[in-house]
Design a protein around this ligand. Sequence first.
Ligand code: FES
Length: 136
Amino acid sequence: MDSGDSLQQEVFLCQLSDLEEMQSIELTIDERRLFAIRKDNQLHAYWNICPHLGIPLNWMPDKFLDLDGSLIQCSSHGALFEIDTGNCIAGPCSGDRLKPVQLRNEGDSYYLTVNQSLPAAPINLRAQALADLEDS
Ligand code: FES
């Protein structure tokens, strides 16, 4: 899934104190979406790509958890992932895992580490369809 691209510069994500326990934050970098969840006073960050179909996990902004708030849940077909590991423990991609985002913290501030590989940029099907219409 990797495109060969890597993050060229460190990017600020958030301060841990910006989030309540079990609260999430989303960010988009070079068209790639990612999210982070605060759990046990740590941030766990993943690229927002479900291993089942390669689409984003959430339909609602910053909403990634299941009803009891203990697991990450994909909105499309309900796959469940452990927050700490990103491992899928139930659903159509069981046994697969979310791709982690590498973070570095400086006190309360968290950054995406430079030089980490980026997932492939998503294909914008709508834009592609409109371009195809204009060409025809
Ligand atoms: S796309 Fe996530 S479970 Fe199907």
